[in-house]
Design a protein around this ligand. Structure first.
Ligand SMILES: Cc1cc2nc3c(=O)[nH]c(=O)nc-3n(C[C@H](O)[C@H](O)[C@H](O)COP(=O)(O)O)c2cc1C
Ligand SMILES: CCCCC(=O)C(=O)O
Length: 394
């Protein structure tokens, strides 16, 4: 059904498979969603994608307990807002490893963007540049390190998996360094791939990745289950350990961040081996099911690190209020995974930009309503965790 209004040149009411009704409206030659909520982008992505790809992007490991918890644990944290603070200007800008970005919302490394949109990681990188934020390019990207580097001037970090073929990892690190990537993000929570049951049922494909052309084959084709799982279990080096950080440091001058820390103990080890930062992450609940919701362990990690290195955070960020909560509990910035992919699948580069802008707008409003004109004004006492709520009832 199409109608028009005095405000918008045209309106399109859509009734989705679920019971939600929302409105697409055309303004200044572009289509916009009336309520640009994550769930609406997720629905659009679901409709746009073949089931196999949607399930790969959306899914988690086994019972998907952690997948739900990553999101729901945020719902159990409430605010302690302050009033009568001048919030006529709210400043979201920050600095990560010395790079200025417009807000503390970065793009997490996620594999296979061309399965979501033909432009793949190039579209995502251009959106990152337009939003003036940092994109972490996945080791398993479908566009090459060089293609993404030459597509835009976004500050880019490179995520690293270490294959048994260490020479391949070393070569990719050199290529990233040569092409202006500013840091390495070593992902440490995939000695083997988690059991993702939808991918097993769908026989998820594993395509040849251009980054590895002439080096090794990443294409697996059997019909025994997830080809991606077969690939990871064949190629990834499950012997990788803390000692190997010395090897990594010996082959690069880039700062190294470790992604996949969930305990204070491991955070202390990360500080000891001299990395430049850590990312508190359970890999979007795709690896070890029943690992804790990441927001529930952030504070433990922050305490262990004692301000020695920056702590970044990912997992379950769907709203600006979630970003605020993570910052209040000590994160320097957050990374978002699925929201970016759903934006990309629904509307390409524009969709990624919209998703990031939506989170930024929501964060700005949350800061204004909590009495925080800048990020440094956000403190631990602006939130109330579930534990604190339970204590106050005793
Ligand atoms: C489809 C998909 C692919 C991913 N691929 C990678 C990857 O290649 N490397 C990596 O370090 N993390 C990968 N991750 C994990 C993300 O970097 C991030 O930890 C997670 O998505 C954050 O949770 P969120 O999706 O709830 O924002 C992937 C996550 C998803 C959903
Ligand atoms: C084989 C690894 C695939 C990318 C990844 O890290 C993920 O799907 O979570």
């Amino acid at each position: 059904m199409i109608s028009s209004s005095s405000h918008f040149s045209s309106l399109l009411f859509l009734r989705k498979l679920s019971h939600t009704v929302f409105v697409l409206f055309r303004m200044q030659g572009r289509w916009h969603l009336s309520r640009s909520m994550f769930s609406e982008y997720q629905k659009l992505a679901k409709e746009a994608l073949p089931k196999m790809y949607y399930d790969f992007y959306a899914g988690g490991a086994e019972d998907e307990y952690s997948l739900k918890e990553n999101v729901e644990a945020f719902h159990r944290i409430t605010f302690r807002p302050r009033v009568l603070v001048d919030v006529s200007r709210v400043d979201l800008s920050t600095t990560i490893l010395g790079y200025n970005i417009s807000s503390p919302i970065m793009i997490a490394p996620t594999a296979y963007h061309k399965l979501a949109n033909p432009e793949g990681e190039i579209a995502t990188a251009r959106a990152a540049a337009a939003c003036n934020t940092i994109m972490v390019l996945s080791f398993m990207s479908t566009c090459t390190v060089e293609e993404v580097a030459s597509s835009c001037n976004a500050v880019r970090f490179f995520q690293l998996y270490v294959y048994k073929r260490r020479d391949v990892a070393a070569l990719l690190v050199q290529r990233a360094e040569r092409n202006g990537y500013k840091a390495l993000v070593l992902t440490v929570d995939v000695p083997r791939l988690g059991r993702r049951e939808a991918d097993i049922k769908n026989k998820m494909i594993s395509v040849q990745l251009k980054n590895f052309d002439g080096l090794l084959s990443t294409k697996v084709a059997n019909d025994k289950g997830s080809n991606l799982e077969a690939l990871a279990n064949e190629k990834f080096d499950a012997s990788l350990s803390w000692e190997d950080l010395a090897w990594l440091r010996s082959i690069t001058n880039l700062p190294i961040l470790i992604k996949g820390i969930l305990t204070g103990d491991d955070a202390i080890k990360a500080v000891e081996v001299g990395v430049s930062g850590i990312v508190v992450s359970n890999h979007g609940a795709r690896q070890l099911d029943y690992s804790p919701a990441t927001i529930s362990v952030l504070e433990e990690v922050v305490h262990a690190v004692r301000g020695k290195i920056p702590v970044l955070f990912d997992g379950g960020i769907r709203r600006g209020t979630d970003v605020f909560k993570a910052l209040a509990l000590g994160a320097q910035a957050v990374l978002v995974g699925r929201p970016v992919i759903f934006g990309l699948a629904a509307k390409g580069e524009y969709g990624v930009k919209r998703v990031i802008d939506m989170l930024k707008d929501e964060l700005e409003l949350t800061m204004a309503l909590s009495g925080c004109p800048s990020l440094k004004d956000i403190t631990r006492s602006h939130v109330r965790t579930e534990r604190e709520q339970l204590h106050s009832m005793l």
